[in-house]
Design a protein around this ligand. Structure first.
Ligand code: FAD
Ligand code: NAD
Length: 448
């Protein structure tokens, strides 16, 4: 008989924590999880899922416009934000229920409370109750980073964006990464005047320059303004509720909403890590080994709180690997190479593997094949918006090192193509595959 209340106590019921808890319980472990907000975590409650639903909702603005060129009369079309918002939040409630049910069906005990670590095997819940466990898993995720300056409290983060009472007429988005470009697209399609500002002179650092440039060009054509090399200095709230934002290198801007999309920081504060000896790195993320184990043998950490790759499928893999290793008798590590990623902008971007710049830096040279085309649907719709597919290959072997796409449905297309890139296939292998016609994805086997 174990001396502990549980075999595993997980802190945080998000993507990583739910997977780890559920699978560990299925292996026969006695598992409990503490969640201070809502079961499902960032992805389900205020991240990937509601964001993607807003992206779908937003894209109807273009679809309705384009439909007229396909013979459809669209009279009196109007957009109701409250209806979309409440439908999305309703589905979030449904998913929250499903995730809770999944945990309960697997015999995982849920504490709807904040938890802190008070010993290598001890957790204290906010209500004061103490629990012991053979293993503790920290899966507390990350939260939006808000830069500090005078008046910063007048801005919102992505957390609040899902609950707005109205679409603001003028929005300033601070940052130029994933969330900035996704919400710039969403607000712009809903009719807001969107300005995106960034302290550097580029957007989406880490993505291939060609697709970044294409997104910038298309976004500008759609009416989104960009201010680069701009550091936010001050926000003043005016009597009418509008906000005047001062920034370096540019004129002040008057808007109705400021959204910070300036990265996410690991949730480690007040967890008791220092007291118990769990180390954090210079970025404030929990340091772990390849099995997600911290400096304390009984304590592990997965997902955004470790800041390896802040993506849901990665948190899930880390949670699964933890359970397989600790309770499944199958020591498993996560492979971080060739992780496909997407930006759900309008149009979306998808990528896997090395950019052209990374390939040149690694190998000194590479071969690049591209297709720059106007999708058939855009031609009929009179939409002057071109897609770009780019394949980066090893100069000698022809092995595909990276694939980069911007265009309609590119994330949907990329998932399948990423299998080929991960498998180490070559440009010749792609070319040997007969095209599926007429599609956009056939460009992948016709690259020049
Ligand atoms: C707007 C937005 C859009 C995104 N879109 C995508 C996307 O399209 N694709 C993608 O792959 N990723 C996306 N992400 C990233 C993705 O949501 C995260 O990488 C993922 O949720 C990380 O999972 P996690 O388990 O590490 O943490 P989380 O899902 O954040 O879960 C952590 C949980 O721990 C709880 N918690 C924290 N501290 C405590 C405590 N002390 N006690 C109890 N509970 C605690 C929190 O309330 C939270 O529920 C998006 C993120 C955001 C913000
Ligand atoms: N489609 C997806 O998969 C998706 C979508 C949203 C979020 N996410 C995940 O969530 C993470 C967080 O998203 P994000 O967009 O907030 O982060 P990000 O890292 O993508 O972008 C952060 C942006 O903020 C800027 N910035 C950082 N610190 C700043 C400061 N002090 N002042 C001004 N600007 C500053 C950066 O230059 C950058 O442009 C992403 O890294 C990603 O892993 C993924």
């Amino acid at each position: 008989m174990s001396d502990y209340d549980y075999d595993l106590f997980t802190i945080g019921a998000g993507s990583g924590g739910v997977r780890a808890s559920r699978v560990s319980a299925a292996y026969g472990a006695r598992v409990a999880v503490a969640e201070e907000f809502r079961v499902g975590g960032t992805c389900v409650i205020r991240g990937c899922v509601p964001k993607k639903m807003l992206v779908y909702g937003a894209h109807f603005a273009e679809d309705l416009e384009d439909a007229q060129h396909f013979g459809w009369e669209i009279e009196g079309a109007k957009f109701d934000w409250i209806k979309l918002r409440d439908n999305v939040l309703g589905d979030v409630d449904r998913l929250n229920g499903l995730y809770t049910q999944t945990l309960e069906n697997n015999g995982v005990e849920i504490y709807n409370e904040r938890a802190t670590i008070t010993g290598p095997h001890e957790i204290t819940l906010s209500g004061g109750e103490k629990k012991t466990a053979r293993h503790i898993l920290i899966a507390t995720g990350a939260r939006p980073y808000v830069p500090s300056f005078e008046g910063h409290e007048y801005g919102i983060t992505s957390n609040e964006a899902f609950h707005l009472d109205a679409i603001p007429a003028r929005v300033l988005i601070v940052g130029a990464g994933y969330i900035a470009n996704e919400f710039a697209g969403i607000f712009n399609e809903f009719g807001a005047q969107v300005t995106l500002m960034n302290r550097s002179d580029q957007l989406l650092r880490g993505y291939d320059e060609s697709v970044r440039d294409r997104l910038l060009q298309i976004s500008m054509t759609k009416g989104i303004d960009f201010r680069f090399n701009a550091e936010i200095e001050k926000i003043v709230r005016n009597e009418d509720g509008s906000l005047t934002v001062s920034m370096s290198g540019h004129d002040p801007l008057e808007v109705d909403c400021v959204l910070y999309a300036t990265g996410r920081v690991p949730n480690v504060e007040g967890l008791g890590l220092g007291e118990v000896g769990v180390e954090v790195n210079e970025r404030g993320a929990i340091s772990v080994d390849e099995h997600s184990r911290t400096a304390i043998d009984s304590i592990y950490a997965v997902g955004d709180v470790t800041d390896r790759v802040q993506l849901t499928p990665v948190a899930i893999r880390e949670g699964q690997a933890f359970a397989d290793t600790v309770f499944g008798g199958k020591p498993t590590t996560v492979e971080y190479g060739c992780i496909p990623a997407a930006v759900f902008s309008h149009p979306p971007i998808a990528a896997v593997g090395m950019t052209e710049a990374q390939a040149i830096e690694t190998f000194g040279t590479c071969k690049v094949y591209t297709s720059d085309f106007r999708p058939m649907k855009n031609v009929v719709a009179h939409r002057n918006e071109r897609s770009l597919y780019k394949m980066v290959c090893h100069a000698d072997t022809g092995k595909v090192l990276g694939l980069h796409m911007i265009g309609p449905d590119s994330p949907e297309i990329m998932q399948a193509a990423a299998v080929a890139v991960k498998a180490g296939l070559t440009k010749d292998d792609f070319d040997a595959t007969v095209a599926l016609h007429p599609t956009m994805s056939e460009e992948l086997v016709l690259l020049k």
